[in-house]
Design a protein around this ligand. Structure first.
Ligand code: PDD
Length: 274
């Protein structure tokens, strides 16, 4: 099926959508975004994604009606034939007449597209441990992803599909995912801060961990914690919950038979994908 997209509320084939090169998204990456999954034609946690989009809009002072975003996201799903997949949706500060770092009150610019996707082909990942070279507001889901892009592509040259980042030895998150690890039968995840994205899947997995009454802790952790971990997991809207099979530049004790991973993954699939 041809790919459809939405631009400022108008749905069309993606190749028919024309975007100005004076868009602040194009010139400054002055935009924020969401990736929202749907399964059997139903969104997974749409309202939580909209709350996070609202947070990103407020923190970047982009004025945009969240109701418009919601109806455009819903329209994209309604107008496609896809059963399972995700919607990418971004809001920029709009189109300028001249290029200027300074912004005035302008109309926001909204763009989204829908993609078919199967959530059940996730294999354990080979990852690389890298320095977190990003800005200091990673809680905002900004489209300015150059820090992630550069580090992920270095890792790709070493055969990796993801990275695990650390800032001065403190673990932050994956290139496009959040981190969990298991040590001594307890599940750990870095606590929320301006250095990590408050992942929706992270939130879903934490709810499952609490429902299952498993031991867990949110806090600050370092590379030594990873070395001692018996299992490491990454979570995101498109990956779901996936195991790390190897960190190519770090010796670890991880093994693929982690019982806690199986409990969480099975409960996650049962809750969101059945
Ligand atoms: N990224 N951290 C970063 C840096 C991310 O880019 C993402 C997701 C996550 C996980 O968030 P969530 O569980 O809400 O998807 C954490 C999306 C999928 C992307 O950029 O494609």
């Amino acid at each position: 099926m041809p790919k459809i997209a939405s631009y400022n509320g108008k749905v069309d084939l993606i190749e028919n959508i024309k975007i100005s090169p004076m868009s602040r998204a194009f010139l400054f990456s002055d935009s924020v975004y969401e990736v929202i999954s749907f399964y059997k034609n139903k969104f997974i946690d749409l309202e939580t994604h909209l709350d996070r989009l609202n947070h990103s809009l407020n923190e970047t002072k982009i004025s945009c009606s969240i109701e418009d975003c919601k109806s455009e996201i819903e329209k994209l799903l309604n107008e496609s034939n896809f059963e399972d997949g995700y919607i990418y949706y971004q809001v920029s500060r709009g189109v300028d007449s001249i290029r200027s770092h300074f912004f005035d009150e302008n109309d926001c610019e909204r763009f989204g597209f829908i993609e078919e996707f199967s959530f059940f082909n996730q294999l354990p990942l080979k990852v690389m441990l890298v320095e977190d070279i990003r800005w200091q507001r990673c809680d905002i889901k900004s489209t300015s992803l150059l820090g992630n892009v550069l580090q992920m592509n270095d890792a790709k040259s070493a055969g990796c599909k993801e990275i695990i980042m650390h800032k001065n030895d403190e673990l932050t998150e994956g290139g496009a995912s959040n981190i969990f690890f298991v040590k001594d039968k307890t599940i750990f995840t870095p606590k929320l801060s301006s250095n990590i994205l408050p992942g929706i899947t992270r939130h879903q997995v934490l709810k499952i961990i609490k429902d299952q009454k498993l031991d867990f802790e949110e806090g600050s952790y370092g590379i030594d914690d990873l070395k001692e971990a018996s299992s490491i997991w990454l979570t995101s809207t498109t990956k779901g919950i996936v195991c790390v099979e190897e960190i190519v530049n770090l010796e670890t004790k991880i093994n693929s038979e982690c019982q806690l991973f199986k409990i969480c993954k099975n409960a996650f699939i049962k809750k969101y994908f059945s």
